[in-house]
Write a protein that binds this ligand. Structure first.
Ligand SMILES: [Zn+2]
Length: 295
C-alpha cells in the first residue's frame, strides 16, 4: 500500500446514524490501518424522530435537521472517516394500516436511475475498491434503506461504464460489493444466551421472540471482520447521534467485554466481486491487496 494509492472503502447509508450502527467498528479498524474510508449518506434524516427521552423537547424537534448534521459531523470525527451527504430528503418511516403514502419529493420516490447519479459521481471521484451497502430488503424495512440498496447496486454496475452517466467523471469500477449482515438471528441469540449465563437480564428476549427464523440472514454471511477492539469507537460514534440514541437503551445494555468475547466480528455478505478470494473471508480487501501497488 502506498500513500499515493491507498486502499479505499465506501460505505453507503440511508440516514445520519446508520453508519454508526452498521459496520462502524469495521470502518474504524480500516482507518487505523491507513485505509481511506468514505461514508455516503443518502438523506439528511430530516424526518427522523427524537429517540432519546432526555432530548425529547420542542426546541430539539425544531432544530432536528440541523442537529442531525452536527451529530453526523461529530460521529465522522470519532470514526476518522470522510463523509458526504448525497442531498436527498428522508422519506420517513410510514406507520399505520393502511400505510400512508410517502411524502412528495422524498428519496424513496426518486426514480432509481436519477437517485443513483450523485453516488456514481462520488464513486468516480473517490475511486473505492470496496463498496458496502444494505441487502435487497434494506436490512430493515425502511423505504430509504431499500432505496439505498437499489442505488448502490445500480451505481456499482454503472460507475465503471463510460456509456453511462458520461458527464459524471472518469469511469471507475469498484472491485467488491458487500451487504451489511450485522443483525443476524445467530448473533443476537449468542449474545442473549451469554447474557443469561451471567445471570443478567437479556435486552434481546422480546426481539428474539418476534423473529421469524425464515427471515434470518445468517446463512448469507461470507465475511466476518474481526474488529472487537473498535467496538468502543462504534459506541462513541453512536452516542454522538444524541437525538437518535438513548444511552440508557437496548443498544448499550449488553456489556462491552461480553460482546467482544462472544461476537468479536462485524459480518457481511459478498454480493459482487471482480477479484478472486476464498470464502469465508475475514477481510473486505481479500483479493484486492495484492493488486494495489506495494512500495
Ligand atoms: Zn436509517
Amino acid at each position: 500500500m502506498t500513500d499515493a494509492d491507498p486502499l479505499r472503502l465506501l460505505a453507503v447509508h440511508a440516514h445520519p446514524d446508520d453508519e454508526s450502527s452498521k459496520g462502524a467498528a469495521t470502518m474504524a479498524k480500516y482507518v487505523a490501518e491507513g485505509v481511506q474510508v468514505m461514508v455516503a449518506t443518502c438523506t439528511g434524516g430530516e424526518r427522523g424522530s427524537v429517540l432519546n427521552p432526555a432530548l425529547d423537547r420542542p426546541e430539539v424537534w425544531e432544530r432536528l435537521p440541523q442537529l442531525r448534521a452536527e451529530e453526523m459531523a461529530r460521529a465522522r470525527e470519532i470514526l476518522g472517516v470522510q463523509q458526504e451527504f448525497l442531498g436527498f430528503v428522508d422519506s420517513g418511516l410510514p406507520e399505520g394500516d393502511p400505510l400512508p403514502p410517502l411524502p412528495e419529493g422524498c428519496f424513496a420516490l426518486v426514480p432509481t436511475e436519477e437517485a443513483a447519479a450523485p453516488l456514481v459521481g462520488l464513486i468516480r471521484r473517490f475511486r473505492p475498491h470496496v463498496v458496502l451497502t444494505y441487502d435487497e430488503r434494506g436490512g430493515y424495512p425502511h423505504p430509504d434503506h431499500v432505496k439505498t440498496h437499489d442505488v448502490s447496486v445500480l451505481a456499482f454496475e454503472a460507475a465503471g461504464d463510460p456509456e453511462r452517466y458520461p458527464d459524471l467523471g472518469e469511469p471507475w469500477q469498484p472491485s467488491k460489493l458487500y451487504y451489511q449482515m450485522g443483525f443476524t438471528l445467530t448473533r443476537t441469540r449468542a449474545l442473549h444466551e451469554a447474557m443469561l449465563e451471567t445471570g443478567a437480564e437479556s435486552p434481546y428476549a422480546e426481539w428474539l421472540a418476534g423473529w421469524d427464523p425464515e427471515r434470518d440472514m445468517s446463512h448469507r454471511v461470507t465475511t466476518r471482520v474481526p474488529c472487537a477492539e473498535y467496538f468502543p469507537v462504534r459506541d462513541a460514534a453512536l452516542i454522538a447521534h444524541a437525538t437518535q440514541i438513548d444511552p440508557q437503551g437496548r443498544w448499550f445494555a449488553c456489556p462491552m467485554d461480553l460482546q467482544q468475547r462472544v461476537w468479536p466480528t462485524e459480518d457481511y455478505e459478498l454480493a459482487r466481486s471482480l477479484v478472486d478470494s476464498t470464502l469465508p473471508e475475514d477481510d473486505l480487501f481479500a483479493g484486492i491487496r495484492s493488486e494495489v501497488p506495494v512500495p
